[in-house]
Design a protein around this ligand. Structure first.
Ligand code: PEP
Length: 250
């Protein structure tokens, strides 16, 4: 039985006082959870604050992106080793906002993924189709391409230390959620594709769903056999909503 995982993606939201209140609410709300792991991925400047507040709790933390380079003349970038110094466990890679707005392609994301694994960070690899792609019935083709680029670069065994997040782009921040059956179908497709290479890795692989997950729809989504939890944007900014979603993973 795979453990559930619920990860908050704060995106570019946060202020010191607000973060503190939010994290205190989350910590106390999930302190008794036994079968679900919880984490928050926050903007870089708040990693120190988050580390101080969450240390010793059962909420882990991470970043939302990183450089593929260890160090060097890359103005504005943040290296994997820097995230480790702030106690990060996770790093989100290939979020559709990075792919879409900042033109990060499969090749660059694969380099980042490789660098994260090498550093000992657990990458949360986001994959997912746009609305046009779903309408054109190429969802599986798109997800396969995004996944295969990573496996080709690092090998299937590396997925033992990684998380996949299926996030249909049309469901992110739009209030439109994939139905549990729609999400389950793509999750099963991902697991089967990995199973063709390594059955054991596929069986243990944590595959999150992301896209307008709320307290109301989380229980049904998380009850599907191949949905192992969620990557939560908007609802992770409200303590009681995020806590309710974490509790839905039990
Ligand atoms: C996300 O930011 O990855 C996300 C899924 O956002 P939301 O939950 O707001 O759709």
């Amino acid at each position: 039985m795979r453990r559930k995982l619920v990860v908050g993606n704060w995106k570019m939201f946060g202020r010191l006082a607000r973060n503190k209140a939010l994290l205190e609410g989350v910590m106390s709300g999930v302190s008794a959870l036994r079968n679900t792991d919880c984490a928050v991925c926050v903007p870089y400047p708040y990693l120190g604050q988050v580390q101080t507040l969450l240390q010793g709790s059962n909420v882990a933390w991470g970043a939302q992106n990183m450089s593929q380079h260890e160090e060097g003349a890359y103005t504005g970038e943040v290296a994997p080793g820097m995230l480790l110094e702030f106690g990060c466990k996770y790093v989100i890679l290939g979020h559709s906002e990075r792919r879409g707005i900042y033109h990060e392609g499969d090749e660059m994301i694969a380099l980042k993924f490789e660098a994260a694994i090498k550093a000992g960070l657990m990458p949360i690899l986001c994959v997912g189709e746009t609305l046009e792609e779903r309408d054109a019935a190429v969802t599986e083709e798109v997800v396969a391409r995004q996944l295969d680029a990573i496996v080709k670069k690092v090998g299937v065994k590396a997925l033992e230390n990684a998380v996949i997040a299926y996030e249909p782009v049309w469901a992110i921040g739009t209030g439109k959620t994939a139905s549990p059956d729609q999400a389950q179908a793509v999750h099963a497709f991902i697991r089967q594709r990995v199973a063709k290479l390594d059955g054991q890795i596929a069986q243990g692989l944590c595959i999150l769903y992301g896209g307008s997950v709320k307290a109301a729809n989380a229980p049904e989504l998380f009850s599907m056999p191949d949905i192992d939890g969620g990557l939560i944007g908007g609802a992770s900014l409200v303590a009681e909503d995020f806590v309710a979603i974490c509790r839905a993973g039990k």
